[in-house]
Design a protein around this ligand. Sequence first.
Ligand code: C2E
Ligand code: CA
Ligand code: CA
Length: 747
Amino acid sequence: MTQLEPLVSLICQQMGIDEEDIRLRKSYLGLTSEEEVLLRQVHDDLGRFRERFLDELYEGFLAFPPTAALLRDEAQIQRLKAGQARYFDDLTCGEYGPDYVRHRLRVGVAHHRTGLESKWYLAAYSQYLIALLRHLGEVYEGDESGYLRLAAALIKVVFLDIGLAMDAYFHAGRMNEAALKAYSESLVDNAPCGMVVLSSELRVLFANPSARRLLQLCDEVQGLTLESLFPGEEIRDLALSAQEDGHASYNIFLPFAGGETRNLQLTFTRLPLIKDGSGRPLSTGRLLLTLEDFTSLWRARTEVSRISNYDELTGLPNRKLFLELASHALARARGKPGRLAVLFLDLNRFKNINDTLGHEAGDLLLRELALRLRHILRNNDIVSHFGADHFTILLQGIYDRQDCMHAVQKIMSLFATPFRIGEREVFLSANIGISFFPDDASEPQELLKYADAALHQCKNEGRGGYCCFREGMDQGAKRALSLETELRRALEQRQFCLYYQPIVGLKDNQVLSFEALLRWYKPDGEIVPPLQFLPMLEETGLIREAGDWILEEACTMARQWEVTGGVAPAVSVNVSSLQLSDSRFARRVFHILSTCDLPPEKLELELTESMLVEQSGVTVENLETLAEMGVRLAIDDFGIGYSSLGYLNRFPLHTLKIDRSFIQDICEAGQSAAVARTIVTLGQALQLRVVAEGVETYAQLQMLKAWGCTAVQGYLLSRPVDRRHVKALLERDWNAACAPAVPLASG
Ligand code: C2E
Ligand code: CA
Ligand code: CA
């Protein structure tokens, strides 16, 4: 019962049941204080037949199915009877104050809760009253006027009771309905989707808070037209079709003041006909419009598509989007007059810029170039950043090659203005390869492949500028692909071997060193010279693996070389820049020397000038470690590259090797001879060993010896030989070999 207390208080408050109200109720019933006294007087008399009275009452309840259904078991009946007994006592106690009133209200609410219908409730009252009057008749036998006075008082009290109990009974019902209504309204108010009810004339009848927020409306929405919410005919037509078909939905982008755009999913649903109590239709053609906010989803999707389709650095379409856009463009152009051109643009020396000025500078440059390209090209031309320093461009609406050349010239002219990186100005240049649709190919991938082939042609010719694809240009690319595959297999199947060529000292005609030179023995017996496959080994990075093997093989061989009565020769191994820029290189060399048990000074590494000039941190570290270890360092092909000789002092070098091209014409007293002679002098000044490569004649040897050159290497003394023939060279009499075959004429 305790949970009922707050409810009873609420009912009192809401229905205004207070002392005054009770006074009024009593006054209209005509219940006087004399009658209250009268009732108190018969209290004891009535109490005597209380038990019998209650038994009869409950027999009646149990005999009637609708009330019997509410009585579950004997325990409940006993409980209810006890309650009734109290009531019975209260009824004639003559105290009808606030406690009595609250009790009556409580009983009304409780009966509402048990589900007792009002008709049975009232009938029970009637039975109760009649039974009471019958028993009263027994008490007042013979005193008719006394009986009537008391009966009137009793009837009034019972009706006071009925009034209170039924008021509470019905009010509890209304409160339930109100709670349900509030609940359903709160569902609509708190629904995350917007809900708008529209009249058949498509005017707003109601909009929930979410709808007002999504559409940025104020609270006063009644009467607004659908067009004022969604300008244009489209949404209106959609609503009309929903009135016909029951349902229609649509996804729109709605712009708002301040530049914000929302993506909304609109769904119109025709509402069922609403009728009044008598079944008359209240409204027809009403629509419920629900609004779902897809803005975040749409933004997320847009972002995903941006990331997967655009290059982050330049903001240009990436390779994937370029191919997609190009294939659409080709589809549109198919069968129509005119051409499309695919341009493949590659920057020259971009790697240098990255290496010398840093990657940030490189990024700035690419961004600036992207802007320039976008600026000079037409809107329907597609410019993409293909990766690294590659850009691809699709020119649309071209009638002949001349049109295309016009655009290419414009692109080339972009490079006439230097690029600014902070304080610096950098000049860039580019090569462009071009292919045409439909002349060369009709698929984007193929057009790109041909433009790329043309680009390579352009670079090979070394003239810079641009080049259009011609039949046969892609042969090189095809060959390159198969070469790479073959080289990988060669490495796996150990098809490489080393040849050795002696370097002979001119002072005492002793072999100072053997240069290890790589050969590729193909399974078909062909011996491939290194210049045909080295570039590919480097390009693919396979040189790292191959380089390790070369070092191991060369050091293992050198360990076995012995010369009776002389010093064992060293081995000279060519090293590529990729190896030297690997941070683990010096450690690898150390490891190989240890496992082969070869003293470090028996290994000379041949490096090229460019490797020393374009020095990165890793290269320098490797060189310093190698020098500390005691490994000898030689500069190969000296003289052909750089004029800066600063690095000669910076690194602990041992040998300069004069490039073969200077030796060839050494006897002709021309420029080559002058260079060769200068190198010899330079070597002497720096106390370096100077080796002349490619010595083919005795005259060349004589000349070099006269200048004071330390050592020679060349076909004159020996061609590079297979490892099995090194032993013979070790045992050879080099004095004889260095002597003239036919004595030179004196003078
Ligand atoms: P290089 O280091 O300048 O090697 C000398 C090249 O000149 C060798 O060519 C050798 O066979 C050739 N040669 C020697 N004497 C004469 C001569 O009197 N006349 C003529 N015409 N040529 C002579 P090869 O073996 O074809 O090697 C070419 C280049 O390949 C080498 O030039 C070197 O840069 C590179 N190379 C060779 N083996 C290796 C290697 O194991 N690793 C690396 N990284 N590069 C290698
Ligand atoms: Ca060499
Ligand atoms: Ca050389």
